[in-house]
Write a protein that binds this ligand. Structure first.
Ligand SMILES: [Mn+2]
Length: 330
C-alpha cells in the first residue's frame, strides 16, 4: 500500500510539470466537474498546458463557465506524455478512458472517497473532506492561484452537489466557510442550486412518479427501496445515465434509515444506490463489490433486476437488524 502524499507535495509536483490532462469519474457529477474545471482554470492561470477529458458526455443542464473545454473522448484515449490528474475517483473508475488513464506516464490522484489504497505517482485521498472541490480549493490556495468568478462557480457548484445543497452530514463549518469565501465572487447561488437540484426533464419526473408508486418497504419503513427496469427507462424515454439521484427521492420517506434504488441502466446490469441516515452503508456496498462513503454508496451487479433486488434487500434487512453482513455470492 502506497503512503499518501501531503497536499503540499501534490502542489510541488504540479509546479514541476508543464502539461496536464484532468479527468474524473464516469457520469461526472457536480463535484467531479467542479474539481476538473477548478484545476483547469488554476493550472492555465499558472501558464501550464491543460486539457480536460471525459469518457462520458457532460450534463447538458449546467451553464458553468468552462464546461465547453471538456473534451468528450468515448474511446481510444491516450495520455501521451502529459501528466494525468484523476479527481473525485480512483483511476479504475474513469470509465471508458480508464485504460489510457492507468497507463499514463505520470499519474496524480486527488479524491475524497474512502477506499483501500490509492494508485498513482502522487496520491492525495482525504475521506474527511466533504467534496473533492474542497481539496482543490486548498490546493489552488497552496499554488497561489488568484481566484475568479469561473473558479468560484466551479468549486461552489461542487460543494452544493456533494453536500446536497448543505443538507448532508458532511456539511460542516469548513464547508460553509469555504462556500462563504467563494460567494465573495460574482456567482449565482440560486441559479446553481436550481441547475443541480431542480432542473429535471419531464421524462424523468414521469418515470419518478411510476417508481415512487411502486416503492417498497420493510421493517416498519426503516428500509425502503425502489426498482426501475430498463424497459421503464425506455417506456418513459428517460436517460438511465441521468437517474443517479432517484435514491434521494426514496430516502425522503419519514421512517427511512436505509434507502436503496435498483436501476437496470442497461439490460442485465443493475446499478445499486444506497443511502443511510446513520448506518454504514459503505461497508454494505463494499461487501457486495461496490464502494463509496459511510452514508452514500453504491455497487453495480449483473443479473435479473428482481433477483438482485431481493438478495440485496435481504442483506440490508439483516444488516439493519443486527449490524452484521450476511454471506454474499456474486
Ligand atoms: Mn465527490
Amino acid at each position: 500500500m502506497k503512503a499518501m502524499n501531503s497536499l503540499q507535495e501534490v502542489a510541488d509536483y504540479l509546479v514541476d510539470q508543464d502539461d496536464f490532462i484532468v479527468v474524473g469519474h464516469e457520469n461526472p457529477d457536480p463535484d467531479c466537474l467542479g474539481s476538473m474545471l477548478g484545476l483547469y482554470f488554476g493550472l492555465t492561470q499558472l501558464g501550464k498546458g491543460c486539457r480536460v477529458v471525459s469518457g462520458d458526455p457532460v450534463p447538458q443542464d449546467l451553464s458553468w463557465p468552462g464546461l465547453d473545454v471538456i473534451e468528450h473522448i468515448p474511446t481510444g484515449f491516450s495520455a501521451g506524455t502529459s501528466c494525468v490528474i484523476v479527481v473525485d475517483c480512483e483511476p479504475e473508475r474513469t470509465g471508458s478512458i480508464s485504460e489510457g488513464v492507468k497507463s499514463a506516464q505520470k499519474l496524480v490522484n486527488i479524491d475524497h472517497h474512502q477506499r483501500g489504497r490509492g494508485s498513482g505517482d502522487i496520491v492525495y485521498v482525504n475521506p474527511a473532506e466533504a467534496a473533492t472541490v474542497i481539496i482543490i480549493y486548498r490546493l489552488l490556495r497552496l499554488l497561489e492561484v488568484a481566484f475568479d468568478d469561473s473558479i468560484a462557480t466551479a468549486l461552489y457548484g461542487g460543494i452544493l452537489g456533494d453536500t446536497g445543497g448543505f443538507r448532508h452530514a458532511n456539511t460542516n463549518s469548513e464547508v460553509l466557510f469555504i462556500a462563504g469565501e467563494l460567494l465573495k465572487f460574482d456567482i449565482n447561488p440560486s441559479a446553481l442550486a436550481r441547475e443541480i437540484f431542480s432542473s429535471q426533464p419531464l421524462e424523468f419526473l414521469k418515470l419518478l412518479g411510476a417508481a415512487l408508486s411502486d416503492l417498497q418497504t420493510a421493517q416498519g419503513g426503516q428500509l425502503v427501496w425502489m426498482e426501475v427496469s430498463y424497459e421503464q427507462f425506455q417506456a418513459f424515454g428517460a436517460d438511465p445515465k441521468m437517474s443517479d439521484h432517484l435514491v434521494s427521492f426514496a430516502r425522503m420517506l419519514d421512517t427511512a434509515e436505509i434507502a436503496i434504488v435498483f436501476r437496470e441502466t442497461s439490460p442485465g446490469e443493475i446499478r445499486i444506490g444506497l443511502r443511510a441516515n446513520h448506518l454504514d452503508v459503505g461497508s454494505l456496498a463494499r461487501h457486495i463489490g461496490g464502494g463509496g462513503h459511510k452514508l452514500a454508496s453504491g455497487a453495480t451487479i449483473k443479473g435479473e433486476l428482481h433477483e438482485v433486488s431481493a438478495r440485496v434487500v435481504q442483506i440490508a434487512e439483516h444488516f439493519l437488524l443486527t449490524g452484521e453482513l450476511n454471506e454474499w455470492h456474486r
